[in-house]
Design a protein around this ligand. Structure first.
Ligand code: KG4
Ligand code: ZN
Length: 344
């Protein structure tokens, strides 16, 4: 018997990007994204209520666009996956309601996906994917975590930020340097012209054992440095460079420690901050020194996207998992609560 090919629709709406994608037996079939950056820009950050409303408006047109680009009809789907958490509750509900309603109308199973599992598995969409087990460094706007990944669903938290996430520290530091929103890419651009030798920022929590992080002090260090100097264009770039170097070094020091402690030789880096070039070159150098292979998602899949949700949902739906009828989202959801899909 020829098995029908399996195809999953993935929907991401946890924050300020509406992402829709189709992933199937032959890989990624279509992937579309609407970014809300322009809408939130004038407020200097994400306005949750505006984010939810915009997801509601953009979802159906994006789903239609995705189907038409792939040349498929809803009847060909095996199921619908959507981000069920963590994230902004209204934004999550927008995606969950549309996904669940469509799945119900199409008589297909649906599955709520953990947003960070999506990020963590994003490098699996590349031509040369990592193999299990590996150490994952998740660096996004809301999370900075080191996770031992034995297989899909087997996640052991080794360390995490005790205060600001790395992306949050980028965003807050960019704001105090008047670099605008979204802060991470803006700060990285500004740091390109910075002198790395003018200021030296601390590498927090690296001179004591453990795998946790603390980034809120770096933002304060940037504030004090900016107050002690005339904040002209060059000083701004020098502070941005010192901040970026400190974050990259701190993350690399903890990754090295975790790789050695867990005796792992593969590192996966994912989440918005994994797009940062200086972080990538610092981690690549560390990987070379330790003989560790380092994997990243392609640039567009570092930040939020539908492809990673379609991929994670495909894996879980294929293993027979699916939601019950109630529509549920979880604004807070520890990754370590996930289970290995039964048939893996
Ligand atoms: O994964 P993501 O899109 O959303 C969350 O799940 O939070 O990550 C967004 C975060 C933001 O804090 C943003 O400033 C940061 O990733 N980011 C960057 C870069 N691109 C995005 N940080 C540093 N350098 C970048 N190039
Ligand atoms: Zn994310």
């Amino acid at each position: 018997m020829i098995q029908k090919s399996r195809l999953v629709l993935g929907i991401e709406t946890s924050c300020d990007e509406t992402g829709v994608a189709l992933y199937g037996d032959n890989g990624l079939v279509a992937d579309v994204l609407h970014s809300q950056v322009a809408m939130h820009e004038e407020y200097g950050g994400v306005v949750p209520e505006l984010a939810s409303r915009d997801h509601v408006q953009k979802l159906i047109p994006l789903i239609k666009q995705c189907f038409s680009e792939a040349g498929i009809h809803a009847s060909e789907l095996s199921g619908v996956a959507y981000t069920a958490g963590p994230g902004l509750v209204g934004a999550l509900f927008a995606g969950a309601s549309v996904a669940r309603s469509l799945a119900y109308a199409w008589e297909k199973p649906s599955i709520g996906v953990h947003h960070m599992e999506g990020h963590l598995l994003a490098p699996m969409l590349e031509e040369t994917p990592p193999s299990f087990p590996f150490l994952a460094l998740l660096v996004s706007g809301g999370h900075t975590q080191l996770i031992k990944v034995s297989q899909i669903g087997a996640y052991e938290l080794l360390g995490e930020s005790l205060d600001d996430a790395a992306g949050e520290a980028f965003d807050k530091t960019a704001k105090l340097l008047n670099l605008g929103y979204p802060g991470g890419p803006a700060l990285a651009r500004c740091a390109e012209h910075g002198n790395p030798d003018r200021f030296t920022f601390p590498r927090p929590m690296t001179n004591r054992p453990g795998l946790d992080f603390s980034f809120s002090g770096l933002k304060t260090f940037a504030l004090t440095t900016s107050q002690q100097n005339t904040l002209d264009e060059q000083t701004c770039a020098d502070i941005a460079r010192a901040f970026e170097d400190a974050v990259a070094d701190t993350l690399a020091i903890k990754c090295k420690r975790a790789l050695q402690q867990a005796e792992l030789s593969t590192l996966v880096v994912a989440g918005g901050v994994s797009a940062n070039k200086r972080l990538r070159s610092t981690l690549d150098a560390m990987g070379k020194e330790l003989n560790v292979n380092v994997f990243y998602p392609r640039h567009d899949f570092c930040t939020d996207n539908g492809a990673m949700i379609a991929y994670a949902g495909y894996q879980r739906l294929l293993a027979g998992e699916h939601d019950k009828l109630a529509i549920q989202v979880r604004p807070r959801w520890p990754l370590s609560e996930l289970k290995v899909p039964q048939t893996i």
